[in-house]
Design a binder for this molecule. Structure first.
Ligand code: MN
Length: 250
């Protein structure tokens, strides 16, 4: 009998998120899970790592650990410290809301998967555009199918999968590229009761550039979007175009 694969499950909405519970509940059938998640919501934590305070990982139920740190801390602590066995897969989510286009650079959900990739473990980030009970159940069922496929086939080097599950009925699966958001009306400026100005980031409804083949386009069409993300951020065409600068700046 072959051994069930070990899977590290994490998120950025915190240990009590219904998205994490839906994901863990579904992935039970795929492998042996260890759930390591932040003690509270850390959405938009990006890829931050806690270096200036000690961290604790408390086992609150068998194989459920809560960490007083970021999603990235959870994956690092899990792989390097808490777990006796190196996981064969990292799955992060199910995020309560989309992680599309440029927003993924802020995303704690995606960053936890990035950390898995940096540690050489195949990783998936999964988000539900509509985080209703139905939306989470749809995303959880898809996470099972995708996890099985990744465990069987592996992923290209330095690559993680960013998955977004659309609202409503699913009309297929699309492998996509990262979309582009237009950042207008991002800051809300108001006056507090004492007459001082304050700002709130992320006030307006986001708008998106209408580009073909993107994650945004796929979820708008009701498709599950799978964007393979690469950790090498080098713009190779630009590196070629800027070659002349070497002599210019020497
Ligand atoms: Mn989140």
């Amino acid at each position: 009998m072959s051994k069930r694969p070990t899977i590290l499950v994490t998120n950025d909405d915190g240990i009590h998120s219904p998205g994490l519970k839906a994901l863990a509940g579904a992935l039970e059938e795929v492998g042996e899970l260890s759930i390591i998640a932040p003690d509270r919501e850390r959405s938009a934590a990006g890829h931050s790592l806690t270096l200036h305070k000690p961290l604790r990982a408390t086992e609150i139920a068998p194989r459920w650990y809560v960490v007083d740190g970021t999603p990235t801390d959870c994956v690092t602590l899990g792989v390097m410290g808490v777990l006796k066995e190196r996981p064969r897969l990292v799955v992060s989510g199910i995020n309560l809301g989309a992680n599309l286009g440029d927003d993924i650079t802020y995303s704690g959900t995606v960053s936890a998967a990035v950390e898995g990739t940096l540690l050489g473990i195949p990783a998936i980030a999964i988000s539900a555009v509509e985080p209703s009970q139905h939306g989470l159940a749809t995303a959880a069922a898809f996470a099972v199918r995708l996890a099985l496929a990744v465990l069987e086939r592996g992923l290209p080097r330095d690559t993680l999968l960013n998955v977004n599950v659309p609202a409503g009925e699913v009309r297929g699966v699309a492998v996509t590229r990262q979309g582009k958001r237009s950042y207008n009306e991002l800051i809300v400026e108001k006056m507090d009761p004492r007459g001082k100005t304050y700002y709130w980031i992320g006030g307006g409804e986001p708008t998106w550039e209408l580009l073909g083949g993107t994650d945004y386009e796929a979820v708008m069409e009701g498709k599950i979007s799978i964007t393979p993300l690469h950790l090498d951020l080098t713009n190779y065409a630009a590196a070629e175009a800027l070659k002349g600068w070497e002599t210019l700046l020497a």
